[in-house]
Design a protein around this ligand. Structure first.
Ligand code: ASP
Ligand code: MG
Length: 423
C-alpha cells in the first residue's frame, strides 16, 4: 500500500486532472490510497460562501455558489464531452442542495456551518477526478473520508481519534481496495461520532495522507507538488534555491516550526511513529528524484536552509515600576499574550525588558500597546524581517545580511535567527 496526495494546484483545471491520471498510470501494480484537495482556490471560495451565509447576504451567497458551480462545470466540460454523463447530474444536485441551504435553519455555531460547507470542495473535487480516472480505465473506488476519519467535536480543528479511525479504515476501506486497486478520497475532512462533518484545519490534506498511511501501515507517502521537492528556501525570497534530497523527520519538523510551509507540520508525527518515509515529488516531472524525509539525521547538515518571515514587529515590554523581568511578570505577560491570541515567532529577555517578534498581519501592534500600557512601557519597531538559517556558516550569514541592520540575533549550534531591517 502506498498513499499519494494531490493538492489544489495539482487538480486546478482539466489538464491538471489529466496529469493525475498520467501519474497514476506510472504505478500500474501498486495499491494506492489517493488523497485529493479541493480544486485550485476552491477552499477560499467556499469560505466566502460561509461568510455570506453567516451574514445572511442572499444575493452574494447565490452568486458565489453559482460561480463555484460554473468553475467546476468548466473543468468537467473539458473532461467529459458527453452531455449526459452522470457527473453533471451529481454536480447539479450538490449545488442545488447548497443553494437550498440558505433557507434552511442555520446552527448558531459558525465553525459547524463552516465544516459542513467548506468540506464540499473536497467532495466535488474527488467526484470529478474519480469519474475521470474510471473513464481512463483505472480501477478506482470513491471513498468517503467523512465516514472513515473520526474526530472529536472541535469543528475546524478536528482532533483525530486514531483507534476508531484505524478500525473504520481497516473494516470499510481495505476490503474495497482488494477489489479495486485505487481508492480516491478527500483530504482535510473527517466526522464526529454523530456523523457530522469536521475539518482538520487549513492545508490539512497532507495530514490526511499521514493518517491513512499510519492506519494502513503503508510503505510510503508521496506528496505531489508543483516544486521539485523540499527546497532550502522559498523561491519567492531567494534566487538560488537548492533541493534537499534527503532529510530526517526531525529536521522537517524543525523547518516547519521556523516557518517552512512545504508540508503541514502535523503530517510528520504519524509517519515518524511508524517509520513510514515521506516523498515530496514534482507532478510536472514525476520521474525526478524529489525529497525523501525519513528517520536518519545523517544528511541534515548537507545543505543550509533559509526561512524568511516578512513584515515582522519587534515589541519590548519594560515594567513601569522598574522591577526586573522575572518569572512573575513573565507569567503575566504570557498569559495576556495568549489571551489576545498573539503567535510569538521569537522572544528574548534582559534584566529590565522582555521582547517578542510577531507577524504584523496577525496582530495589530497598537492594539497590544493599549492593553499593556498601564503596567509596561511598550515600544515597537515594524517592517522587519526574521530570517532563520539551519546548518549555517559565515558565508550563509553574510549572504542574507547584506545592507541590513541586525536588531536581534540568537544562535545555537545548528540554528541562527536574526531580526533585521533594511539599512
Ligand atoms: N483544501 C484545503 C485547504 O486549502 C486543504 C488542503 O488543501 O490541504 O486548506
Ligand atoms: Mg493546499
Amino acid at each position: 500500500m502506498n498513499v499519494f496526495k494531490f493538492g489544489g494546484a495539482s487538480v486546478k483545471d482539466a489538464s491538471a486532472v489529466r496529469n493525475v491520471s498520467h501519474i497514476l498510470s506510472l504505478f500500474p501494480n501498486e495499491q494506492l490510497i489517493v488523497v485529493i484537495s479541493a480544486m485550485g482556490k476552491t477552499t477560499n471560495a467556499m469560505e466566502e460562501i460561509v461568510d455570506a451565509l453567516w451574514k445572511r447576504d442572499e444575493k452574494r451567497y447565490m452568486e458565489l455558489v453559482e460561480d463555484r458551480y460554473q468553475f467546476h462545470l468548466h473543468i468537467t466540460g473539458e473532461l467529459f464531452p458527453e452531455p449526459h454523463f452522470y457527473i453533471y447530474q451529481q454536480l447539479e444536485q450538490l449545488f442545488e442542495g447548497l443553494k437550498a441551504r440558505f433557507h434552511q435553519p442555520v446552527s448558531d455555531n459558525f465553525n459547524f456551518e463552516y465544516d459542513q460547507i467548506v468540506s464540499l470542495g473536497e467532495v466535488i473535487s474527488t467526484m470529478i477526478v474519480e469519474a475521470f480516472l474510471k473513464e481512463e480505465g483505472h480501477a478506482t473506488t470513491w471513498a468517503d473520508a467523512r465516514k472513515l476519519i473520526r474526530t472529536n467535536h472541535e469543528y475546524r480543528e478536528g482532533e483525530v481519534d486514531w483507534a476508531k479511525t484505524s478500525e473504520l479504515i481497516n473494516e470499510r476501506l481495505l476490503p474495497e481496495l482488494k477489489m479495486k486497486r485505487i481508492a480516491i478520497t478527500q483530504g482535510f475532512v473527517g466526522h464526529t461520532s454523530e456523523g457530522f462533518t469536521t475539518t482538520l484545519g487549513r492545508e490539512g490534506s497532507d495530514f490526511t495522507a499521514g493518517i491513512f498511511a499510519y492506519c494502513t501501515n503503508a510503505k510510503g507517502v508521496t506528496i505531489w507538488k508543483d516544486v521539485p521537492g523540499m527546497l532550502n528556501a522559498d523561491p519567492k525570497w531567494f534566487d538560488h534555491t537548492v533541493k534537499l534530497d534527503k532529510i530526517s523527520f526531525k529536521e522537517a519538523i524543525e523547518l516547519a516550526y521556523y516557518g517552512a510551509t512545504v508540508i503541514h507540520p502535523k503530517t510528520i508525527k504519524p509517519l515518524q511513529n511508524k517509520g513510514i518515509p515521506l516523498y515530496v515529488k514534482s507532478f510536472i516531472d514525476p520521474h525526478a528524484e524529489g525529497t525523501t524525509i525519513q528517520e536518519s539525521t545523517a544528511y541534515d547538515h548537507v545543505v543550509p536552509s533559509f526561512i524568511f518571515k516578512m513584515d515582522q514587529v519587534l515589541m519590548s515590554f519594560t515594567p513601569k515600576d522598574f522591577s526586573f523581568i522575572v518569572e512573575e511578570n513573565l507569567g503575566d505577560i504570557f498569559q495576556q499574550l495568549a489571551f489576545y491570541g498573539v503567535k510569538i515567532n521569537l522572544m528574548q529577555n534582559s534584566a529590565l525588558s522582555f521582547s517578542i517578534v510577531f507577524d504584523r498581519s496577525k496582530t495589530e501592534p497598537m492594539r497590544l500597546v493599549e492593553k499593556f500600557k498601564d503596567q509596561y512601557e511598550v515600544r515597537f519597531n515594524e517592517g522587519l524581517e526574521l530570517v532563520t538559517i539551519r546548518h549555517y556558516d559565515q558565508a550563509t550569514i553574510d549572504r542574507v545580511t547584506v545592507d541590513k541592520d541586525i536588531l536581534v540575533e540568537q544562535r545555537t549550534r545548528h540554528t541562527i535567527r536574526m531580526v533585521m531591517k533594511n539599512k
